[in-house]
Write a protein that binds this ligand. Structure first.
Ligand SMILES: Nc1nc2c(c(=O)[nH]1)N[C@@H](CNc1ccc(C(=O)N[C@@H](CCC(=O)N[C@@H](CCC(=O)N[C@@H](CCC(=O)O)C(=O)O)C(=O)O)C(=O)O)cc1)CN2
Ligand SMILES: [Zn+2]
Length: 771
């Protein structure tokens, strides 16, 4: 048997890549220095795998920003607006970063390529853009260079490519009148060139990722898959392709997939463990089968007993030589190394003992290999015994199991899931209490997280300043933020979220049942990363988490300050979640904790409370058949958290990543009094859905794209308000940015928000004149 992983984290064990990229963008280091950092990261990654005895070590899994963008450049699919830069002889690295981040320099203003979520993860990729008759050409030698770079270190790697069908499906048509899949004919020759070049280098295996194979495919799409892989088999017959898919099972695509003429097929057995038997029944002779047993999406130790049983089942049918023991997906979604976590207060040893990060997951693969082989089994049996005992000890842990919490979830009644009155009645009370003008203005919560704020938090962590000093600093930030909001005359104020390292981690740190890490960084997009908290046990709120900050902010102003919370589904989705109970149960436990916080905010005199749910869409299962069930409990979880308040208390929610058209009815069922959403980047295109679906409650479509440093003008935003008014009723509409302002700086923020408030005022005035 052989072992493999599908990809390794690439930000560096100490986030070296983030620091190097940001320094390079700021002009502080040279390109040579940047490349030096990347070289060291790749080298360390390859060597650790080699040391642990991984047989198929990936290359080209490294990326400076995103692997899909790498593929776009490899195929020469550079959008037209960047051609100006090519003509100016900009070097490839700068062009690459310009495509990812936009280019506003030297009199040019070129907007970045769009970014969106990678399937159901918190990783974002750069969306390929296609025009009619788009040409593709093998244009970047990164995949070749990285292979050679590893070879020079004495390591023969398995280059990784995104497959052609998935590449097209990941992209977007930027012109009317064609279907991106038509481009497959233009695309295949470019792929053939890549494969031929790899062939001349005598590579052994090539990993080709087709993650769309775990989604619902049309007959036509299945036919395209068959056609494409037959092309490869005839035109480059000697290359050994290992075809992967992940994040779900092959299900009804299984028949198509096992019959593709490739040398090996990889299955994700962590997200669909039942598929193995079915696949084995139809699996053709000679092909290799890769068993994705070690979970690349969580931080829990593998159950060797369960994995070995699968390996044995497969080996009985296929024989051991054709089996590959693998991670379920790339390890991109897990942190680097658990050995770096030594703070027992944030990560109790009992929990740490049951965890594995990327480095530990590699060890697990080599253990499984030893245990799967009868010859090496005997002398390693204690590894299995130990693993069994460790995982069993979980069942009786008092750290994990809290009967009173389990009971509270069990005893939830229908009443706890609904507001007291209908929206129409609540709206009446709220209008009386708040008396806002038409088009009330507000923000989404966070204000700039400046280097000073982060530095203070860092000093607190290192013990260089006292908690008191830190709190006073944050209070001062809040004070200045409130003052600014009053000055520009926003209608609903926020405290600014200065005390939060991250909107999820901040809550995780304060809840029972959560652990957190010091170095457990996972890439979210580009140079940005998160440290997802770890939910290991029953979740309970120990004490109020945000009340003091909100109450303090409210004490500074006569205007209403919105309380600011993260919702249960977003906390669930952006954490590493325990795997010993259904996600729904964990979501409900978090929801109850948030419900208690909402209630305490209300008692403290906060009359408007926002519960953010930006990740509700991303949690959607990949298969249509599974969506309904998820949406049902996700909406319930939100309602558990939000429905314990008086009719006059106004509940807001916020969502970005607004590809929500398909779930708009469920969003309406959440029954928030006000929802703010991301729409400005698409110029309100997303609101088209309201032509066919009458959204019942109030809604704030974003008028200001916070992803770009650009300051929008009053006129622009007024036009967006006007556009929204043509699709929604003026009584429904709020005016706000697309999302929080934490990644922006103060200068941009001040100008943009001033313009935003003026835009709302101008539009109100015009309505009055016309009335
Ligand atoms: N969890 C989560 N997922 C999300 C989002 C989100 O906000 N949270 N937003 C969407 C977009 N994704 C994002 C992900 C990360 C960041 C982001 O800004 N991350 C920061 C880190 C945030 C953080 O944890 N900051 C810590 C500081 C960590 C740090 O870098 N400390 C320095 C020292 C700081 C100093 O002295 O200057 C160090 O350790 O070296 C804090 O504020 O306390 C980064 O990568 O730079 C933004 C958006 C979708 N997914
Ligand atoms: Zn947002």
């Amino acid at each position: 048997m052989i072992t493999q992983i599908l990809g390794y984290p690439r930000i560096g064990e100490k986030r070296e890549l983030k620091k190097a990229c940001e320094a390079y963008w700021a002009g502080k280091i040279s390109q040579k220095e940047l490349f030096e950092v990347s070289k060291n990261i790749k080298k360390a990654n390859w060597e650790i795998q080699k040391k642990q005895g991984i047989d198929l070590i990936p290359s080209n899994d490294f990326s400076f920003y995103d692997q899909v963008l790498d593929m776009t450049l490899t195929l020469g699919a550079i959008p037209e607006r960047f051609e100006k830069l090519v003509e100016k002889d900009m070097n490839k690295t700068d062009l690459y970063f310009a495509m990812a981040r936009g280019y506003q320099k030297n009199g040019l203003d070129i907007i970045a390529m769009e970014m969106t979520k990678w399937f159901n993860t918190n990783y974002h990729y750069i969306v390929p853009e296609f025009k009619k008759n788009q040409n593709f050409e093998f244009s970047s030698s990164k995949i070749i260079d990285d292979y050679k770079e590893a070879l020079e270190l004495g390591i023969k790697t398995k280059p990784v490519l995104i497959g052609p069908v998935s590449f097209l499906l990941l992209g977007k048509e930027k012109e009317e009148g064609f279907d991106k899949l038509e481009l497959i004919n233009n695309l295949i020759p470019a792929y053939i060139s890549i494969l031929k070049e790899l062939e001349t280098l005598k590579v052994d295996w090539i990993q080709i990722d087709e993650p769309f194979l775990t989604t619902d495919l049309s007959t036509k799409e299945k036919e395209i898959y068959a056609w494409v892989y037959n092309q490869f088999a005839t035109q480059v017959p000697s290359v050994k392709l290992l075809l992967t898919s992940y994040f779900d099972g092959l299900k009804d695509n299984a028949e198509t997939v096992v019959n593709l003429p490739v040398a090996g097929i990889h299955l994700d057995l962590t997200s669909d463990e039942d598929q193995l038997d079915e696949i084995l029944n139809i699996f053709p002779p000679q092909k290799f089968l890769s068993l994705g047993l070690v979970n690349g999406r969580n931080v829990w130790k593998n159950s060797y007993k369960a994995s070995l049983s699968k390996i044995n089942t497969a080996a009985k049918k296929l024989g051991g030589e054709r089996i590959i023991i693998s991670t379920s997906c790339s390890l991109l979604h897990t942190p680097y190394n658990l050995d770096n976590e030594n703070d027992i207060k944030s990560l109790p040893p009992e929990i740490k003992n049951r965890m594995a990060f990327a480095k530990q997951k590699i060890t697990e693969l080599s253990h499984l290999k030893l245990l799967a082989d009868p010859i090496t089994f005997n002398e390693n049996e204690d590894i299995l015994t130990h693993n069994n005992a460790l995982l069993k000890s979980r069942d009786h842990s008092t750290l994990i199991h809290k009967p009173q919490i389990k009971n509270r979830v069990k005893n939830l009644t229908d009443d706890s899931v609904h507001r007291k009155s209908t929206f129409a009645i609540r709206q009446k009370y709220q209008k009386e209490l708040f008396n806002f003008p038409l088009f009330p203005t507000t923000t989404i919560g966070s204000f700039p997280q400046t280097p000073e704020v982060r530095k203070k938090r860092n000093q607190l962590k290192k013990g260089e300043i006292s908690l008191n000093e830190y709190n006073e600093f944050i209070k001062n930030e809040i004070k200045e933020c409130i003052q600014f909001q009053e000055e520009i005359d926003l209608d609903v104020l926020v405290h600014g979220e200065f005390e939060r390292n991250d909107m999820v981690e901040f809550f995780g740190e304060q809840l029972d049942g959560f652990a957190f890490t010091q170095n457990g960084w996972v890439q979210s997009y580009g140079s940005r990363a998160v440290k997802p908290p770890i939910i290991y046990g029953d979740v309970e709120r120990k004490a109020p988490m945000t009340v003091n900050w909100s109450a303090y902010a409210q004490s500074l102003t006569k205007k209403h300050v919105k309380g600011m919370l993260t919702g249960p589904i977003t906390i669930l989705q952006w954490s590493f979640v325990r795997d010993d109970q259904p996600r729904k149960t964990t979501a409900f436990q978090i929801a109850l904790a948030i419900r208690d916080e909402v209630s305490d905010l209300e008692k403290a005199g906060i009359h408007i409370i926002q519960i953010d749910e930006p990740a509700i869409r991303e949690g959607l299962p990949l298969r249509a058949a599974d969506k309904k069930e998820y949406l049902s409990w996700a909406v319930q979880a939100f309602k558990i958290s939000s429905s314990g308040v008086k009719d006059s208390t106004q509940i807001h929610t916020h969502m970005c990543y607004s590809e929500f058209n398909e779930i708009i009815e469920h969003i309406a069922q959440m029954d928030a009094d006000v929802i703010t959403i991301e729409t400005s980047r698409s110029h309100m295109e997303l609101l088209e859905v309201f032509k066919v679906f009458k959204y019942p409650n109030e809604i704030g479509p974003g008028v200001y794209d916070i992803h770009s440093p650009r300051v929008p003008t009053e006129e622009e935003m007024e036009q967006l308000i006007q556009k929204a008014s043509s699709l929604l009723s003026p009584e429904q509409i709020w005016v706000n940015p697309d999302c929080g302002l934490k990644t922006r700086n103060w200068e941009e923020t001040m100008l943009a928000l001033k313009n935003m408030v003026n835009a709302a005022k101008n539009y109100r005035r015009k309505l009055l004149i016309n009335a």
